[in-house]
Design a binder for this molecule. Sequence first.
Ligand SMILES: Cc1cc2nc3c(=O)[nH]c(=O)nc-3n(C[C@H](O)[C@H](O)[C@H](O)COP(=O)(O)OP(=O)(O)OC[C@H]3O[C@@H](n4cnc5c(N)ncnc54)[C@H](O)[C@@H]3O)c2cc1C
Length: 483
Amino acid sequence: MAYDWLKGISDHYDVVVIGSGLAGLTGANTLAKCGHKVLLLEHHYQLGGLATWFTRKGGHIFDISLHGFPVGMIKSVRKYWNQNIADSIVQLKGIRFINPQFQVDTTFDREDFTRILIEKFAVQAETVERFFRDLREMNFYDNNPETTAEMFDRYFPGRDDVKRLLMEPIAYANGSTLDDPAITFGIVFSNFMSKGVYTFQGGSDLLIKKMGEELKKNGVEVRKHVVVEKVLTEEAGGRKHVTAVVANGRTIRCDAVLSNANIKSTVLRIAGAENFSPEFVAQTDAVRINSSSCQVYLGIRKGESIPHIGDLVFTSDAPKFSTGELVDMHTTSRTFSVYYPDTRPGSDRYTIVCSLNSTYAAWNSLSEEEYQKEKLRLIEESISTLERHIPDVRAKLDWIEAATPCTIEYYTRHWAGTSFGTKFEGLKVSMELPNQLPGLFHAGSVGIIMSGWLGTINYGVIVSNQMDKYLAEIKRAAEAVSA
Ligand SMILES: Cc1cc2nc3c(=O)[nH]c(=O)nc-3n(C[C@H](O)[C@H](O)[C@H](O)COP(=O)(O)OP(=O)(O)OC[C@H]3O[C@@H](n4cnc5c(N)ncnc54)[C@H](O)[C@@H]3O)c2cc1C
């Protein structure tokens, strides 16, 4: 008989959290700290969602999305997790760009970018200053329809090289394009520019272990290998509200659900269109899914070492930056994240993760034979590119593996294997969800600005505060009835 991953759970929880991405984990922790009884259900055998890792023969540990996040993570993690986790966040100083238009080494902060834009790209100091100042003042509630491309043209007309320097790293971090609203670039870029790029020393495995310990301390019941199939509703006073979830075939009653699954999956698959107005369903249908990723994981044999070539190396052979080239099956644009031994203090190991933006449609349409062939091509091209920086690297590798958007779909169940949630309009649907179906909330990568490590952690907090108010209201209503 199959193992019962839900063995011993209660019949009722205040909140069920679907998914353990950073928004789900942070939401669960915040709600538990508010005194709610929380059950967190994750379908994978590991917590963390995309902020996860895997181990391989030869002692390799590969991080999926631990590449770099803004300094704001220190404050968010200290406030919503604990000081101990925040203390492991350290700066990455070696950011490199190597492409036909320029070669740049930078600490990726405002001061260094100002210097580079003025000295290397010969942009007027006043323009650079105005650009950074205006970006900082951008406000989500301004509803400015200007696209990132239009904004770049205002400050740097005809400067494809400047656009590439500004846009390429952000596109890798959140899948945004030149056609997305400028606010999606402005918020994320400004966050990075405030003090540079940071990482978690100890790796995703240590981060998630520490988060798991904190959840346990705060009383969250965590279960892995559990798929939430359905959210159940009942009608009272002419309105539907959430009453339970069905997970691994079992009904678990709850007052509210926080879904960290993709917003389209949450509305159309897990809750079901029947629970929403036709207008809301149409609005959800129209939400565009963001792009996805391919990765090549390269493990250096124990005892071997490689030189320091930078922490994040953005490479491309494309003559110019273009959103189409970046997600093309045959893109030459890739980022190498190099994990030196100090990534995991006490270790003597090196790993390299090569990330490429990609589309699910391109990979999902291949036959099994073509799929395997394309994966081998991806691996070969990535190693050859890396050999330009570390000529003898091939001989030092003893683990090589590739992942595609189909791999992401398999491990996260995300709609069309997206690694960056949805385009901008997804945020509106996510925020409107509890008004449509009381008790159902969503936190996770949406609208580009609520994606990435920092965006999802912060969104998890924002939404769990709304849930805390909702739970207090229904508790008050129940007390009034029984009085
Ligand atoms: C290759 C790559 C590189 C990246 N680089 C960066 C970077 O440099 N900097 C940065 O800040 N961000 C980066 N990101 C993005 C960042 O990792 C994500 O935005 C963030 O981790 C997403 O968190 P989330 O809360 O939206 O949930 P996710 O991590 O997407 O997790 C959702 C979870 O829900 C679970 N789930 C879904 N449906 C169900 C169900 N029905 N039942 C149970 N469980 C379910 C999934 O299994 C998953 O664990 C990168 C992502 C990728 C893929």
